[in-house]
Write a protein that binds this ligand. Structure first.
Ligand SMILES: [Ca+2]
Length: 307
């Protein structure tokens, strides 16, 4: 298993204020935890974007994920970079806050008050197959699968929306304290971020916090942890305001690897606004990841390769 170890890693120091995590909208004080009315069967969406021919990597790099996680060492984190496999059309009006792939279907949570949605997207074309708006008082954040449900966090509303996966009917939400940023889940625990350097481990039955684990890189706190993805017993977390993703051992909070996603800048025509940042990670289950960002015209399927 080839991997390149670097003794010196860039320390991901968060420099952005918390409000930037979810956009600049911060004046609302919504407390309405009621999800939207039940969605109707998915009609074709007007936000569908035309398909394009995706570029494909012209080389055959060695894919080093998924891999044997026991190789990772907090004292000597592995450094990955990304190689672009293909582009996926994305509604450039979508303020991406969370991505999750379930049984070949892509789900996206978008944010901003009055614009937040839950969407189901065709993983091949990027076509929005179904979309439902959230209450105007809710700002959508991360999403994850939990059993037969989807859980969708909200930013400051202390409400985790729950959707029945089979037909996306809204269910009774969970309540929690503090901000909601990213979320991912293993079979027996849900992991959430709130923009700090702490990951909350939650009981999947009632969403209560069962452990709070600070995340460290070489002994230094790494904050602004945002979108999450749980893969192979590890937690991938995007660090807001950077093109970096850290790989965390959830039990200890140790960062055992880092992913440099700056190659995305060469293929994604990002809007010229400060909020249009990387903010989506989804495991495609075949060794590749889908990485996305707020208001991006494309999201990107990548392979992780040794840097
Ligand atoms: Ca995710």
């Amino acid at each position: 298993m080839p991997s390149v170890r670097y003794r010196i890693l860039a320390i991901f120091v968060a420099v952005l204020v918390g409000a930037a995590a979810c956009g600049s909208e911060s004046g609302s004080q919504p407390v309405v935890p009621t999800p939207t009315s039940p969605p109707t069967p998915p009609p074709p969406s007007p936000s569908t974007v035309p398909s394009t021919d995706p570029p494909v990597a012209d080389s055959a790099p060695v894919t080093i994920w998924p891999t044997d996680a026991t190789q990772f060492r907090a004292a000597d984190p592995t450094l990955f970079t990304v190689e672009v496999v293909r582009l996926l059309n994305h509604d450039s009006g979508g303020f991406t806050q969370g991505l999750e792939v379930i049984d070949g279907s892509l789900y996206e949570s978008t944010g901003r008050y009055g614009e937040s949605t839950l969407r189901q997207i065709d993983i091949d074309s990027g076509e929005v197959l179904w979309s439902t708006p959230l209450e105007q008082s809710l700002f959508g954040e991360g999403i994850t699968r939990l059993g037969n449900t989807l859980i969708q966090l909200t930013w400051k509303e202390e409400t985790a929306l729950r959707w029945r996966l089979s037909d996306l009917t809204p269910l009774e939400p969970f309540a929690y304290q503090g901000e909601g940023w990213g979320i991912c889940s293993f079979d027996d625990v849900v992991i959430t971020s709130d923009g700090s350097n702490v990951l909350s481990h939650r009981d999947p039955e009632d969403f209560s916090v069962v452990a709070s684990i600070p995340v460290l890189l070489d002994g230094q706190e790494v904050s602004e942890l945002n979108e999450l993805e749980c893969i192979d017993g590890l937690v991938l977390a995007h660090v807001l305001g950077t093109d970096s993703i850290v790989v965390i051992e959830p039990a200890t909070g140790d960062i055992v690897a880092t992913i440099d996603a700056t190659p995305l800048n060469a293929v994604v025509d990002r809007p010229d606004e400060s909020g249009a940042v990387l903010n989506g990670i989804a495991d495609l289950g075949d060794g590749s990841l889908l990485l996305g960002g707020k208001l991006w015209p494309h999201h990107v399927v990548v392979r992780l390769v040794a840097a």
